[in-house]
Design a protein around this ligand. Structure first.
Ligand code: SF4
Ligand code: SF4
Length: 370
């Protein structure tokens, strides 16, 4: 199967700007076939961790809301709580952060809901019968929605290699238990020579699994308490914490994709995906910072197929010249696999290949410029 991916570049004029391009992309992707009068339509987005500024701007959500309203659907804008301790780990702080970042009714013309409730435990069980899970825990309001538009900021990510539609679906639509079960196989280790005992990882760890050894002053991880969230890996300023590289990353990717499959349950034909290949930062918007982009802004892409969409975005980022002065270092040649440069131990293709294998979409696509 070959899926169609629609692409709008970033050239603009008095007649055609980012807002008209978003509306056109949704029309081409067939939004009208999925959103019917009174359809409760989730707009799944990432509100950005406090301190991060590369999340999708709220004014760019408005044309999506308008398109849903034009079809007489009922739009709401949503995300789930994070596993780690931060500015979005419960619904109260999450909503406060969303409002600070401009995601509020006057801008969006739609309400903001936290899909997995006050503490991330408002979920529904979805039967999937796949390799790792018989069933997955999906945020209740994602499950309850009749249709969904998944808006994803495309960027690098330390676990699946990049974060796009599949990551937004799989991790972003899971409740806390679902997120935990995806991370469960990942256990990091501390390179004692690099550790300077600054304690930053202790403060960040959501499971209090890290302590400083009394004698050496170096960080020690208690594998029994570790929930495998992977956050300490990026937090450590010395790059002293690393994943125990074995089969864990491919397994993580497959588990994430199984949750993506569950998130679309009951509405696969009414799910639409739009990726923003803008400000392509090297790491997730879950961090309280966003490093300089690795490539120049590329454009907006949309599809009914999240696999084809992510594949097309990855191909475009790889084909583009890398930006000097970014985390890519000297590896900036057009055609160079930027995600491999950033995360050499991760094969990002695993998430796409497995998603194709379980029928979530196709890695083959036609790119249609609109
Ligand atoms: S953040 Fe890094 S350097 Fe600091 S204590 Fe933890 S492992 Fe050591
Ligand atoms: S030690 Fe484990 S639980 Fe703590 S931040 Fe690291 S990966 Fe997460």
């Amino acid at each position: 199967m070959v899926s169609t991916v629609y692409m709008a570049d970033l050239r603009a004029s008095f007649k055609d700007n980012l807002f008209t391009k978003i509306s056109r992309l949704l029309k081409c992707a067939g939004l009208a076939e999925g959103v019917k009068p009174h359809s409760m339509t989730a707009i799944k987005i990432h509100f950005g961790e406090e301190g991060n500024a590369s999340f999708i701007r709220p004014i760019l959500v408005r044309p999506v809301v308008d398109a849903i309203h034009a079809l007489e659907g009922k739009a709401f804008v949503t995300d789930t709580n994070t596993l780690y301790v931060g500015s979005r780990s419960d619904a109260v702080t999450h909503l406060e952060t969303a409002i600070k970042h401009g995601f509020n009714f006057p801008v969006l013309n739609a309400p903001v809901l936290i899909a997995d409730g006050l503490r991330g435990n408002s979920t529904r069980t979805v039967k999937v019968d796949l390799r790792h899970f018989q069933e997955v825990k999906i945020a209740a309001e994602i499950f309850n929605a009749d249709a969904m538009v998944v808006m994803s900021h495309f960027k690098g990510h330390e676990l699946p290699g990049f974060g796009g539609a599949l990551k937004n679906l799989g991790m972003g639509c899971a409740g806390r238990e679902g997120k935990l079960s995806q991370h469960a196989n990942i256990s990091p280790k501390v390179a004692r020579k690099r550790c300077v005992g600054c304690g930053q990882c202790l403060a960040w760890c959501p499971a209090q699994a890290i302590s400083l050894d009394e004698k050496s002053g170096k960080a020690v991880i208690d594998n029994e308490s570790c929930i495998g969230c992977g956050e300490c890996i990026v937090i450590c300023p010395q790059k002293a914490i690393n994943i125990r590289w074995n089969e864990t990353i491919p397994v993580f990717q497959e588990k994430m994709v199984e949750h993506a499959y569950g998130a679309c349950h009951g509405k696969r034909e009414r799910c639409f995906f739009i990726n923003f290949v803008l400000q392509v930062s090297p790491a997730c918007d879950c961090y309280a910072h966003n490093d300089t982009p690795i490539v120049a802004d590329i454009g907006l892409l949309a599809s009914r197929d999240p696999v084809a969409l992510d594949q097309a975005c990855a191909d475009l980022v790889i084909a583009a010249p890398g930006l000097p002065g970014s985390a890519l270092g000297a590896e900036v040649a057009a055609g160079c696999d930027k995600f491999k440069v950033l995360y050499p131990e991760v094969d990002w293709r695993t998430q796409l290949a497995y998603a194709e294998e379980i029928g979530l979409g196709s890695c083959s696509y036609n790119l249609e410029k609109v």
